[in-house]
Design a protein around this ligand. Structure first.
Ligand SMILES: NC(=O)C1=CN([C@@H]2O[C@H](COP(=O)(O)OP(=O)(O)OC[C@H]3O[C@@H](n4cnc5c(N)ncnc54)[C@H](OP(=O)(O)O)[C@@H]3O)[C@@H](O)[C@H]2O)C=CC1
Ligand SMILES: O=C1CO[C@H](CO)[C@@H](O)[C@@H]1O
Length: 461
C-alpha cells in the first residue's frame, strides 16, 4: 500500500474496513501497520488524523487545546452557530472565529512561520460531515444537539468524540449506541473521569472485593442552577438575537422559543428543553463511575425509588431540579443513591469497608485498603490516563475506547429515569433494563423520547 494523504481513500478505507470488521465480530489486528499511519514516532502532517470540532463554546475550547497538543492530530475545521461572542463560562469569548484563530495560531507557531491558514470555519455541521478528508469529529454542542450529529457522523463514517451527557433522552441514547455499533466507527464519550487513575483504582478495589460485599453506592452531585456564563448570562428577558448568531440553528430540534441570553451558551444546562440540570450534567461523570465499580455498565437498575426533590425557586426559564435524592435499585439488591446532599464524588460502601473517589482524590476506610495490590488473575479495568490520547490511540487501533457509547448510554439512563420520576412527582418507577422499558406507567414511558421540531428527525442508519 502506498503512503497516503489524510483524504486518501486507501488510508481512510483501511481504517474503516478494520472498524467494520470489528463491528461484525471479526478479529482485527490491534496495531495498524506503519505503512498506513506514519513511521518512527513522528507523525508526518499528511498522515495525521484530521479532526473537526463541532461546538466551540466553553468545553469546545478546552477540548480543542487537548487535541492540538497531540502531534498525531490535525484540526482542519471548526463549526459553531455563533460567529464570536462573550458569555462562555464566566464571560469568556467563544464561537467559531476565535476557535479558528486558536487553531491557526497554534499551527503557525509550530511551523515556525508564525502564520498558518488551513482551518475552515463553518456554521452547519453537515458541511463538516460531508467532507471526505475529515477522519474524526468532536461533538461539543449542548445536550439537545448530540444525537442528530452523532448519528449523521456515524452515517458519514467519522470517528466520534462526543461530550457527556450522551443524550437528552433514553430513546436518543439507544439510537446513538445502535448507530455506532452498526457502522463500526470509533466512539469516545467525554466522560474523562474514566481516564482518571483515582476512579479506576477505586473501582478496581470494589470489583475485587476489597470492601467485602458491595451494599450501597452514594453519588454526590452539585445542586442549584448557578449562572456559569458571567455578567448578564442570567438575563432571562426576551432580547434581539445578537448579530452573527444563528439562533434557529441553535434551537434545532428543540421547541420554538424566544431568544434570551440566559437560554443559550453554558446556562442551557438549567433548561429541560435542552438538558437535564445537574443530574444529567454530572450524570456522565459520577453515576457513570458508580456503574463502573458496580460492574453494571451494560445494564441498569430495576427500579428508581425514594425519589424526592425540588424545582424551587420557580423561574421563568431555568426549570431543572435544584435539589434531589433518588435510589436506583439493582437486581442484586445494591442501591445507588444519587443526591446533591451526598459527599461530592462516588462512595462505595461494602460489608468490610468503604472507598471514595473524586477528582484528584481517593480515600478509604480502613485506610489500609489503599495499599492493597491487585494481583495476577484479578479484575483489571480498562487503563487510560489521557482521555483524548486514548481516543486517537483507538482511531488508530480500531479497538474499544475508555468510555464506549453503550456504557455512556446506560449510565445516563439512570439519570434520565431519575429526572422523569422527579418531573412527574413519582416516588418510584419500575424499569426493565433488558427491554429498556418503564413498566406500568404510560405517562412516564412517554417521556423516554421527545418530539423534535420540524424539520429535524432522529436519523436512521
Ligand atoms: N467533560 C466535561 O468535563 C465537560 C463537558 N461539557 C459538555 O460539553 C457540551 C457543551 O457544553 P459547554 O461547552 O459548556 O456549552 P457552550 O454553550 O459553551 O458550548 C456549546 C457550543 O455549541 C454551539 N452550538 C449549539 N448548537 C450548535 C450546532 N447545531 N452546531 C454547532 N454548534 C452549535 C453553541 O453555540 P452558542 O455559541 O450559540 O452558544 C456553543 O458555542 C455539553 O454537552 C456539556 O455537558 C461541558 C463542560 C465540561
Ligand atoms: O465536569 C464538568 C464540570 O462542571 C460542568 C458544569 O456544571 C459540567 O458540565 C462538566 O461536566
Amino acid at each position: 500500500m502506498s503512503r497516503t494523504s489524510p483524504d486518501s481513500p486507501s488510508r481512510r478505507g483501511f481504517l474503516r474496513s478494520i472498524g467494520r470488521a470489528a463491528a461484525a465480530g471479526v478479529a482485527v489486528p490491534m496495531v495498524v501497520p506503519a505503512s498506513a499511519l506514519g513511521r518512527g514516532g513522528f507523525t508526518a502532517p499528511s498522515e495525521r488524523i484530521t479532526l473537526a470540532m463541532i461546538g466551540t463554546g466553553n468545553q469546545g475550547f478546552n477540548d480543542l487545546r487537548s487535541f492540538l497538543r497531540d502531534d498525531r492530530v490535525q484540526v482542519v475545521a471548526v463549526c459553531d452557530v455563533n460567529r464570536e461572542g462573550p458569555g462562555y463560562w464566566d464571560g469568556k469569548v467563544g464561537g467559531r472565529e476565535p476557535a479558528k484563530r486558536l487553531v491557526e495560531e497554534h499551527y503557525g507557531r509550530r511551523a515556525g512561520s508564525g502564520s498558518y491558514a488551513g482551518c475552515a470555519s463553518v456554521v452547519d455541521f453537515r458541511e463538516i460531515l460531508g467532507r471526505d478528508d475529515i477522519d474524526a469529529v468532536e461533538i461539543c454542542t449542548p445536550d439537545h444537539w448530540h444525537a442528530i450529529p452523532v448519528i449523521e457522523a456515524c452515517k458519514a463514517g467519522k470517528d466520534i468524540y462526543c461530550q457527556k451527557p450522551l443524550s437528552l433522552t433514553i430513546a436518543e441514547g439507544r439510537a446513538m449506541s445502535d448507530a455506532v455499533k452498526e457502522t463500526g466507527v470509533v466512539f469516545q464519550t467525554g466522560s474523562q473521569q474514566r481516564s482518571d487513575p483515582n476512579f479506576r483504582r477505586a473501582c478496581e478495589l470494589v470489583r475485587n472485593g476489597r470492601i467485602g460485599e458491595l451494599k450501597r453506592v452514594l453519588v454526590g452531585l452539585p445542586g442549584g442552577r448557578p449562572n456559569l456564563a458571567g455578567e448578564g448570562g442570567d438575563d432571562k428577558k426576551t432580547a434581539p438575537v445578537p448579530e452573527g448568531f444563528e439562533y434557529d440553528s441553535w434551537l434545532g430540534p428543540a421547541p420554538e422559543a424566544p431568544y434570551a441570553p440566559a437560554r443559550c451558551h453554558v446556562n442551557f444546562r438549567w433548561i429541560l428543553d435542552y438538558s437535564g440540570g445537574q443530574i444529567t450534567d454530572w450524570g456522565g461523570h459520577h453515576p457513570d463511575c458508580a456503574q463502573w465499580g458496580m460492574g453494571t455498565e451494560r445494564t441498569g437498575p430495576v427500579e428508581i425509588r425514594n425519589v424526592a426533590g425540588t424545582f424551587e425557586p420557580p423561574d421563568p426559564l431555568w426549570d431543572t431540579a435544584t435539589a434531589f435524592s433518588l435510589d436506583a435499585v439493582y437486581g442484586n439488591g445494591v442501591v445507588m443513591n444519587i443526591s446533591n446532599a451526598n459527599r461530592m464524588g462516588v462512595t462505595f460502601e461494602g460489608t468490610e469497608g468503604t472507598v471514595h473517589a473524586d477528582r484528584g482524590r481517593i480515600d478509604a476506610d480502613p485506610k489500609s485498603l489503599l495499599d492493597s495490590e491487585i494481583g495476577p488473575g484479578e479484575i483489571r479495568l480498562y487503563a487510560s490516563d489521557d482521555h483524548f490520547r486514548n481516543f486517537i490511540d483507538c482511531v488508530h487501533s480500531r479497538g474499544p475506547t475508555a468510555a464506549p457509547v453503550e456504557v455512556a448510554h446506560r449510565s445516563i439512563t439512570v439519570c434520565h429515569l431519575g429526572n422523569i420520576a422527579l418531573r412527574l412527582g413519582r416516588d418510584r418507577l419500575r424499569w426493565d433494563p433488558d427491554a429498556e422499558r418503564i413498566l406500568g406507567d404510560d405517562e412516564a414511558a412517554a417521556m423516554l423520547s421527545r418530539p423534535y421540531r420540524d424539520p429535524w428527525k432522529l436519523p436512521v442508519v
